[in-house]
Design a protein around this ligand. Structure first.
Ligand SMILES: [Ca+2]
Ligand SMILES: [Ca+2]
Length: 261
């Protein structure tokens, strides 16, 4: 018992030391240390960023608020596959980005391939509510569908966070994320995620893995090797049904970045 407590203490101490060293000045780290489950806390899972931005600026942990968890443990209804990321029931490490990085999508205009959803309204996708319960999600029709957020002006994007659905463990198929300069996705289109391994959505074969979603949502890292981010004004997310049904669901989409200079 005592050994276990000591080991736990060591892990916590190591975690905090790492946070203070890599992420933020010690004073801020101490202030953020008691981070409740509602905030992101250090854990294994994602690759750490280099601690400096493009201009040598110090990267900071982006504050991301999480909703309540609605299930625990690894969902048993989904079979492992080489194209499916192993589910880890742990918080992501802090997401580091240049100072001033915020959610640019909050309250912004959303359009969709299905403007008359089966359940809910398109505007729920950027209303800030990420809870997994009924009344918080939008259900789009079956098959391939997309939603897109207009950030209102060109931006440098470091991450896109999506909550499709998290009342139960699901995998949404053919998850593809594009960023573009125009609403029709013709100008300067960049793919920041694509896990359509068999090209069933016709957007090209993607090398990214499918994943089981939970209350933490899915963070798509768009920082790139030198944390330069991806430039664009419009973000479009595709999906084509999920492991429970053929419909497509969205609770919230966040786009972390800064206005482009
Ligand atoms: Ca919402
Ligand atoms: Ca596919």
């Amino acid at each position: 018992m005592r050994t276990r407590l000591m080991a736990a203490g060591l892990i916590v101490a190591a975690g905090l030391a790492g946070l203070a060293f890599v992420v933020v000045p010690a004073v801020r780290a101490a202030a953020e240390a008691p981070a409740a489950p509602a905030k992101e806390s250090p854990a294994a899972g994602a690759a750490p960023a280099s601690p400096a931005g493009p201009g040598g600026e110090k990267l900071e942990a982006v504050e991301i608020k999480l909703p309540k968890a609605l299930f625990e443990g690894t969902p048993k209804n989904i079979k492992p596959a080489p194209t499916l990321e192993k589910y880890v029931d742990k918080n992501r490490p802090p997401f580091l980005a240049p100072p001033g990085t915020v959610n640019l999508a909050k309250g912004k205009k959303v359009t969709s391939s299905d403007m008359e959803p089966i359940i809910g309204e398109i505007k729920l996708i950027t209303d800030g509510d990420k809870e997994g319960s009924d009344g918080s999600f939008v259900e789009l029709g079956p098959g391939k569908q997309w939603v897109q957020v207009d950030l209102g002006e060109p931006a440098v994007i470091y991450a896109i966070l999506v909550w499709h659905y998290h009342a139960e463990g699901r995998v949404y198929h053919d998850f593809v994320v594009h960023v573009a300069d125009d609403a029709d996705f013709i100008e300067n289109v960049k793919t920041v995620y694509n896990n359509d391994f068999d090209n069933s959505s016709g957007l090209g074969i993607g090398k990214d893995l499918e994943f089981i979603e939970d209350f933490r949502g899915r963070l798509v890292d768009a920082r790139g090797p030198d944390c330069k981010g991806v430039k664009g004004r419009y973000v479009r997310l595709y999906s084509k049904g999920n492991t429970s049904n053929d419909q497509n669901h969205y609770i919230e989409v966040e786009v972390y970045g800064k206005a482009a200079k």
